[in-house]
Write a protein that binds this ligand. Structure first.
Ligand SMILES: Cc1cc2nc3c(=O)[nH]c(=O)nc-3n(C[C@H](O)[C@H](O)[C@H](O)COP(=O)(O)O)c2cc1C
Length: 174
């Protein structure tokens, strides 16, 4: 698949089949995450792969009730939890590169999953303390986001985006 096609195909998928994901595919997406760039190459990210249904249910319960993605961690066979170790990144002039670094690795994973025919959905709307408790994550580690990983059971239309003119300036701001 061409890169543009992968990017165009990716969606936040909120309905999954229970079909298992082959270990080779899981390893492939994790390898793509591992190769992401990061501030000073510190690689603050950690990924917890959750297959156990009860644990996925516990994770789903950490999500806000209004979250449209609440059911996905239970439906899909795998939940991936993105964590970040603050001592392995930095804040520079008020910019928290830890969150950026972790996000880059996760998006590598998400796009690799799309290429492999797998669905994902970024999930950030959850209670961090509860997620920490569910997975025995230490206090000093941030729980950044989750995603289900599995085969989509729905087609979704692309969501709208701002036009290039709205987001790109040449030479100077506006
Ligand atoms: C950092 C981040 C957190 C998100 N958290 C959630 C979430 O908690 N629940 C959810 O249903 N979607 C979540 N999303 C998905 C966005 O709603 C989605 O990316 C956006 O609406 C555009 O749709 P698309 O991904 O299908 O193109 C999140 C996306 C990002 C990047």
């Amino acid at each position: 698949m061409e890169f543009l096609e992968i990017v165009q195909k990716r969606r936040s998928l909120r309905s999954y089949a229970s079909t298992p994901v082959k270990p080779e595919k899981l390893n492939y997406v994790l390898e793509c995450a591992r190769l992401a760039p990061s501030w000073k190459n510190l690689q603050c990210w950690r990924f917890i792969i959750v297959k156990d249904l009860e644990t996925r249910q516990a994770l789903a319960e950490t999500m806000t009730e209004a979250n449209p993605g609440r059911k996905v961690l239970v439906q899909a066979p795998i939940a991936i939890v993105l964590c970040a170790v603050p001592s392995e990144s930095e804040v520079w002039e008020d910019k928290d590169f830890m969150m950026l670094d972790a996000g880059l690795a996760m998006e590598h994973l998400v796009l690799a999953a799309t290429e492999q025919g797998l669905g994902t959905c970024w999930e950030g709307w959850f209670h961090e303390d509860k997620a920490r408790e569910a997975l025995n994550i230490p206090e000093d580690v941030r729980v950044v986001a989750f995603t289900p990983l599995g085969y989509a059971s729905e087609e979704r239309r692309p969501r709208p985006r701002k036009s290039i003119d709205e987001i790109v300036f040449y030479e100077k701001w506006k």
